[in-house]
Design a protein around this ligand. Structure first.
Ligand code: GSH
Length: 243
């Protein structure tokens, strides 16, 4: 049975981390809110979240349905899917460090979101522009170097070599790092200018993932939506300073 991915229609958002894993594995999945028909579309997701029929109901998308199983939170979904899709370290002892890295990506993505919504998710960007500017300056000056520096170090210290962040084979964490770099390049092109000189391992990983046949096919397919200013990674020129 096909996996069912529930996520907001019209954006890559956090759902994209799950899509990349499903696409790389060639897994059968349905992007529920992008479909039309009975039990499909965005209303199906709302109904699902309000129905109370499945416990516990997720707080927020993305969530994945596999048969009767309902799994929320990107890192949790990938922890579940990883071994099933052949995208988790074969050494079970490495699956927890992989999950730890993915949870660090979750934290980072949250900080990316807060660059444009530092005060409240419930308010428009235009109502928190001044705070967003201050937040973005700190994000670019302090947090991008701290997170990317960390991932670069972990890559370089991988006993299996710097091709992958964990283990000897491609994992879902590599795919998520690809998406983080893609997103940062879109949102903060000025801050990211020359990043490959500072984080050469991450830049190489990003290129390798982009060239993988299934990922390349996905990226040029209509399923890969363009980044836009409704998603997590938003490009507002006024927030993008030199790094
Ligand atoms: N920790 C969750 C975060 C989920 C999340 O924040 N989802 C957003 C969309 S990307 C949402 O719909 N949030 C609704 C809200 O916070 O009220 C994950 O990693 O999946």
């Amino acid at each position: 049975m096909a996996y069912q991915l529930y996520y907001w229609n019209g954006i890559q958002g956090r759902g994209e981390f799950v899509r990349l894993a499903l696409e790389e594995a060639g897994a059968e999945y349905v992007d529920v809110t992008r479909q039309e028909g009975i039990g499909m579309g965005t209303s199906a997701m709302f109904q699902f979240m309000e129905s109370g029929s499945e416990a516990p109901i997720p707080f927020a998308p993305p969530f994945l349905k596999d048969g009767n199983l309902l799994i929320s939170h990107v890192a949790n979904i990938l922890f579940y899917l990883g071994p099933r899709l052949g995208l988790a370290p074969t050494d079970e002892g490495l699956r927890y460090p992989a999950n730890g890295l993915q949870l660090t990506i979750t934290d980072f993505v949250c900080e990316v979101h807060d660059t444009h919504h530092p005060i409240s998710t419930a308010r428009y960007y235009e109502d928190q522009k001044a705070e967003a500017k201050a937040r973005s300056a700190a994000f670019i000056g302090d947090r991008i170097p701290k997170y990317l520096g960390y991932f670069e170090r972990i890559l370089q210290q991988n006993p299996n070599g710097p091709e992958h962040i964990v283990g000897a084979e491609l994992s879902y964490v590599d795919l998520s790092l690809f998406q983080v770099i893609e997103g940062l390049n879109y949102a903060f092109p000025t801050a990211m200018n020359g990043y490959a000189d500072r984080y050469s391992g991450l830049a190489a990983l990003h290129q390798r993932v982009r060239m993988r046949p299934k990922i390349a096919a996905y990226l040029s397919s209509p399923r890969r939506l363009a980044f836009n200013e409704d998603g997590i990674f938003r490009h507002y020129p006024e927030l993008d300073l030199a790094g």
